[in-house]
Ligand binder design. Structure first.
Ligand code: ADP
Length: 215
């Protein structure tokens, strides 16, 4: 299994691109945010600890998410390319990941940065809607459901995630700038950084570009 670390601001379209890439054989998308939200929903011990951090737009403790990622990776024997989305989120987590890879014989393929200007990021996040039942994601501007407010896939009513409300978004972007942005330099210095332009709405074009760079 090779690891691809996905980098990009909240709202860069990282999760959407990763879900698209994961349609390719052998490619798996592992989202730390999805892992954590599932833990919160299921009321696991980790979920109970993570809840308040997440709702306020802060990062959960490094050890908590690192352990969840390692357990998931260890249980996965069939994946060729694992897209890590949302982990690592800061340099300390990147060091934890490097240690985890060294211990388990995994290698880093690259860190893929989905590059998007700030003003586009803010517009995209405020338009984001999600299905609480099946997890499908939408955007009122770029990816609207067929019927406003209703999930195409399962018919449930769409919601705005608690951490997508404007005050929390501003805070998440500040946390990104302070904690996650330095990872771009970290992986660039390691000679592992590749970049995809994420500013356009053409998902197929972004997918082609990304596939060419992670293979
Ligand atoms: P975003 O759209 O901000 O990328 P995510 O779904 O990746 O959202 O994450 C949602 C929340 O989950 C974050 O605001 C944070 O509280 C928590 N989280 C996700 N990944 C990590 C991580 N690697 N380290 C710490 N907290 C994390």
């Amino acid at each position: 299994m090779k690891i691809v670390v996905l980098l990009g601001a909240p709202g860069s379209g990282k999760g959407t691109l990763a879900a698209e890439l994961a349609k390719e054989p052998g490619v798996r998308h592992l989202s730390s945010g999805d892992l954590l939200r599932a833990a919160v929903k299921n009321g696991t011990a980790a979920g109970v600890k993570a809840k308040a951090f997440m709702e306020s737009g802060n990062l959960v403790p490094d050890a908590l998410i690192a352990e969840m990622i390692e357990e998931t990776v260890a249980a996965d024997a069939s994946t060729e390319v694992l897209l890590l989305d949302g982990f690592p989120r800061n340099v300390a987590q990147a060091e934890i990941l490097a240690g985890m890879m060294a211990r388990t014989g995994l290698s880093l393929q690259c860190a893929l940065l989905l590059d998007v200007p700030d003003e586009i990021v803010i517009r995209r996040i405020s338009g984001r809607r999600v299905c609480p039942k099946c997890g499908a994601g939408y955007n009122v501007d770029s990816l609207p459901p067929r019927v406003e407010g209703v999930c195409d896939a399962c018919g449930a009513g769409l919601i705005t995630r608690k951490d997508d409300v404007p005050e929390t978004v501003a805070h998440r972007l500040a946390v990104y700038a302070e904690q996650t942005y330095p990872l771009i330099a970290y992986y660039r210095e390691a000679g592992a950084l590749v970049t995809v332009d994420g500013s356009g709405d053409d998902l197929a074009a972004k997918k082609r570009d990304a596939l060419g760079k992670i293979r």
